[in-house]
Write a protein that binds this ligand. Structure first.
Ligand SMILES: Nc1ncnc2c1ncn2[C@@H]1O[C@H](COP(=O)(O)OP(=O)(O)OP(=O)(O)O)[C@@H](O)[C@H]1O
Ligand SMILES: [Mg+2]
Length: 233
């Protein structure tokens, strides 16, 4: 961690600066992303190993969606930052429910200005080996969806159902298999797709609707997983 502490002439310690250049503005263009999603590029934070930064893909930046239905037009305000806004709101809602975040949610630390636009700042999820955690599809493709992963997946589904967290996009690419050092075990973490995607926020408004919606999404995810594993459906 490169946060620097400077000393003033009088000897009193100055507050730590956010970044070594002191500007709080991060340059990402010169770096290679660690991963690419459909809409965002994921970069390692250039100074802080424990963080990743997500910015909109340049080609996925906002176009004028003139044909959108009226209930979707509200989200035009956030343009290509819509996913990050939804993520931030769900983070607060999950925290408000129990005054702590469920272990299966990606830690979100706010926003940072970069030369690729506004980045959302999240905890870098890593495996036991210290490398970035693979997503569920990568894990299956590497032939590493073993008994431990199967148990972690079952635990994830159970914990998601037991929480009031809303998910709008539960896909194999949106879950990573990460090492939980505190409890010395592997777990699945939702790194994208949390939050209500409905124009009218039915999942947020009704617990019952939210439970039914999550059940449906978990079944769809299990089907995706079975196909990826080549298991009979
Ligand atoms: N916090 C994280 N730690 C480690 N790897 C991550 C993290 N967040 C994302 N990734 C990796 O980056 C990939 C893309 O991230 P993410 O799903 O957030 O992008 P996206 O563009 O919003 O996705 P989508 O295609 O669903 O729109 C993930 O599949 C995962 O492999
Ligand atoms: Mg994604």
């Amino acid at each position: 961690m490169q946060i620097t502490k400077t000393t003033t002439v009088s000897g009193a310690a100055a507050p730590p600066r956010l970044l070594p250049n002191g500007s709080g503005f991060v340059r990402l263009k010169q770096h290679v992303p660690i991963a690419r999603g459909g809409r965002r590029l994921v970069y390692a934070h250039p100074y802080i190993d424990q963080l990743v930064l997500k910015v909109p893909r340049p080609e996925a930046r906002y176009e004028n969606h003139a044909g959108l239905p009226f209930w979707r037009r509200h989200f035009r305000r956030f343009k290509h930052y819509n996913d990050s806004v939804r993520e931030a709101v769900e983070h607060v809602a999950a925290y408000a429910a129990t005054e702590r975040l469920p272990p299966f949610m990606q830690r979100f630390y706010g926003f940072l200005e970069t030369d690729m636009g506004l980045a959302s700042v999240s905890k870098a999820e890593r495996g036991r080996d210290g490398n970035y955690a693979p997503n569920l599809r990568q894990l299956v493709q590497a032939g590493k969806f073993d008994t431990e992963a199967r148990a972690a997946f079952a635990e994830f589904c159970e914990a998601l159902m037991a929480s009031n967290v809303v998910v709008g996009d539960l896909r194999m690419e949106n879950l990573v298999y990460s090492y939980d050092a505190q409890n010395d075990k592997m777990k699945f973490v939702i790194i994208d797709g949390a939050g209500d995607k409905n124009g009218i926020k039915l999942c947020s408004l009704s617990n019952l609707y939210n439970r039914l919606s999550k059940q449906k999404r978990i079944h769809a995810l299990e089907r995706q997983l079975a196909i990826a594993l080549g298991d009979p459906l």
